[in-house]
Write a protein that binds this ligand. Structure first.
Ligand code: GLA
Length: 373
């Protein structure tokens, strides 16, 4: 019986592997244009999801950590770091020869309150917060020096109108906090690529703010390598023209452009503005969960078309766009099932709940530029 079980598990793994290998791959289809990646959760980088494991290895050549490198996870208390999940993540990337992303060092969200407060709950001084930021960055970037290849140094520092978000970082340190973060990261690992990452940069006002930010950093000689467009998009917004203009505008500043958190939301939006602000939450309502029992064919087709158009736009900028990363691997574990409303059934990625490629996967493969002979 034991032998039979072992044999079955083994043959299942062989079948999954053979299947994954017989499919075309995203990383090969876009070779010479940009890397293709996905954000991973711990089950995926510790071998606990065999079907996804095979898929990740076959399809992607770059990975991002969904949560394990965020401040609250890796540095929960002033004097204690929890490196072990991030160590597993980096080991997985190295074993599979992937370009490894660190996400993220300085953000207003998923950062513990103690970072900004003294023992009495009052805001700390600029000096203390800079010390804490430096300590965090030197410890985390330093630990993975030469292994994590690119860092989202600052995440989401802008408001929708392009002004600086009034985060505790800005309020306590002042508007040179980003400059400091980049300089500390560069000191900790001089060879790592360093990025500014944000959502909705396709909207003109916010884009202008980000362009201005990058120009100012560059004028001060701050080592910024690239800008990440998160691209948590919907079927019709932003338009591919907006995305195209955004890539062009950043490219003019000489920075690399990355699509860092791609997914396509197919569900009705509870409010009027599409943003990716993680603090947003809305109440459940069955009308807002229309595909709980499956995705209608016409929506499946619309998703394929949207993905083909997106990749067609990114591929117009091969080399300027250096990476396209999905925020998740399969629809099953996507954050879009729980945000901004918990417990919905969303279909935002290229692989379905059984880790099988969707028609959108074929559409993306077909849209790849033909290799020049
Ligand atoms: C933002 C962050 C990501 C992640 C997503 C939602 O885009 O940059 O780290 O939290 O929200 O999962």
């Amino acid at each position: 019986m034991r032998h039979f079980l072992c044999f079955s598990v083994l043959s299942l793994a062989v079948v999954i592997n053979a299947f994954s290998q017989s499919q075309p791959s995203l990383k090969d289809a876009y070779k010479g244009c940009f890397m293709v990646g996905a954000a991973l959760n711990p089950a995926q980088f510790t071998g606990q999801s065999p079907a996804e494991d095979a898929l990740i290895k076959a399809q992607f050549n770059t990975i991002s950590p969904e949560n394990v490198l965020k401040w609250e996870r890796i540095h929960p208390q002033p004097d204690s770091f929890d490196f072990s999940p991030a160590d597993n993540y980096v080991e997985f990337g190295q074993q599979n020869h992937m370009f490894i992303i660190g996400h993220t060092l300085v953000w207003h969200s998923q950062v513990p309150k103690w970072v900004f407060e003294d023992g009495k709950g009052n805001p700390v001084s600029r000096k203390v917060l800079l010390q804490r930021m430096r300590h965090h960055i030197m410890a985390v970037v330093g630990r993975y020096k030469g292994r994590i290849n690119g860092w989202d140094v600052v995440n989401e520092a802008l408001n929708e109108d392009g002004s600086l978000r009034q985060s505790p970082w800005l309020k306590i340190i002042g508007d040179d906090y980003m400059e400091k973060a980049f300089r500390y990261a560069h000191k900790a690992d001089p060879k790592a690529q360093l990025y500014y990452n944000d959502y909705s940069l396709e909207n003109e006002a916010k884009r202008k703010g980000a362009l201005e930010l990058v120009r100012k950093l560059q004028a001060k000689g701050v080592p910024i390598t690239g800008v990440g467009l998160q691209d948590h998009v919907s079927l019709d917004s932003p338009s591919t023209e907006q995305i195209d203009t955004t890539i062009r505008e950043f490219a003019k500043l000489g920075v690399k452009v990355m699509i860092t958190e791609l997914d396509v939301d197919l569900l009705p939006w509870p409010g009027s503005n599409l943003t990716a602000d993680v603090s947003l939450r809305a109440a459940a309502d069955p009308k807002l969960n229309p595909y709980a029992n499956g995705l209608p064919d016409e929506v499946q087709q619309a998703l394929s078309k949207r993905y083909a158009d997106l990749f067609g736009t990114y591929a117009k900028h091969c080399g300027t766009v250096t990476r396209v990363t999905f925020w998740g691997v399969t629809d099953k574990e996507s954050w879009k099932n729980d945000w901004p409303i918990r417990g919905r059934t969303n279909y935002p990625l290229l692989f379905d709940r059984n880790a099988q490629p969707k028609p959108a996967f074929d559409a993306v493969i077909q849209r790849a530029p033909r290799p020049r002979s």
